[in-house]
Write a protein that binds this ligand. Sequence first.
Ligand code: GLY
Length: 557
Amino acid sequence: MRILIVLSWVVLLSACTQPISKNSRQEYAVAMPDKFAADVALAVLAEGGNAVDAAIAAQFSLAVTFPEAGNIGGGGFMTIYFNQQADFLDYREVAPGAATREMYLDNEGNVITTQSLFGAKASGVPGTVSGMWEAHKKYGKLPWKRLVQPAVGLAKKGFVVPEKLAGKVSRYIERKQQNGIDGNFEDYFDAATQAGSLFKQPELAATLERIRDLGLEGFYKGETANHIVSYMQKEGGLITLDDLAAYQAKWRTPITFPWRGYTLITAPPPSSGGIAVAQWLGMIETVIQSNPLPKQNSTAYLHLVSEAGKRVFADRAEYLGDPDFIDVPQTELMIPEYIQSRAQDINLTAISATDEIQPGLYESEDTTHFSIVDSAGNAVANTTTINLSFGAGVVAEGAGFLLNDEMDDFSAKPGVPNYFGAIGGEANAIAPYKRMLSSMTPTIVLENESVKLVTGSPGGTTIISSVAQSILNTLLFNMDAEEAANSPRFHHQLLPKDTIRVHPGIDEATIQALKDMGYIIKESRFGDVHLILQNHGKLTAASEKNGRGKAAVVSIP
Ligand code: GLY
């Protein structure tokens, strides 16, 4: 592999991690995937809590009211801009100690997909509680108990089930039954989650009370840990008491890079998202420096962004994985000359052959995201996941929370796509205590040293497209927050070949022109963007209308 090290870029990257001057404002904002988490976060901010306090309270609240993705049984990433510093918290799940590279292969070496997607064996060791605890220790202002208590109340006293949640639960049960998937999901979520009914979760409430009162020990040791491990032993899962006791969320250096006069702060490995967004934006920038900027969502725009996406996903499959286990060539993949060279062979009017796109030489989805800016100008972008909707589809009995199926984010076998159609190889092979590669891309953009944009989305590999396009919509096409969050998006990831997934709403003539070029167009929604945008010192916040989110900006009198 040829490594091009460009000193000026390295200098620029380190310059971006220098202290950034504080920007006080008289307003705060949230963009949340549901109204319960939004109200919980707003109450924390109103009480003088900071953005990280609000994020911790929202994360626990979502574990109760947004069970398809909010969690204590999964993991996530938190990008932070606090007191003039960029920071990043990795609370991604890890493979259990007994995990092996071939654990999802049958005797003939074929992948048994259901095993990495459903049931106890699909679950990595959860990282969320450790993550929230670390965030609290480093940045917390309000007491831990104050931040966990709203979730306890929502689980104990119940909340009125929104129609969209009830719909998701019933569709999930239907699909699960159609596909003959076992598990205890219905015992917890069936009759109890009718739209408009009060949904109480007593086991989850007791677990949250232990977390509230005992902190880390309320989850990774004692009663909660015993419930998890008993369930694993009963159902063939691998997580042990030692695995739980050993789990540790990690502080990492975020990826920071300059783009069009802004500074982006985003997710480093084990996320693929930060490198992918840097490459995607960089390739588009390269092309528009010597060609006219295509109109947003025109045929030429979808083609250009898809061609760049092909190259992004070829690199993702080859190079990215857990940096504690493999050497991720992060700097090299982000060198401007490298990104420019990747854009050189993009033909603006014809599709490139998929099998010619190799990694550079140097070179339902679910999950949920929220964005917060506090009155001191601190920001949190937090994306959290149990992987598919409702994770592994099973609840840790006695502890009352859904387990993740994050093990499917590993590459079970080189070249065999996972649920999201992502392929991978050695870099993302399963190993004990390794973190599986993610696409979660919580991102904060700075302008003149203050927060310009906080953004993120769920959606597996489509997260990267949603985040990149939310940045392009706001900062290249100057859309306001609502329009940027709701403008139809599209996604191309190298494979399946020449296939672009599009939201409903892309112009018919554009779709036809893309088909005429040879693209296969699949219409389906993905993602759920929650963003906060600052223009001329004023915040605006938006949650994508298709979801059940709530965004709010509060001015302090
Ligand atoms: N489970 C989806 C992701 O982490 O990318």
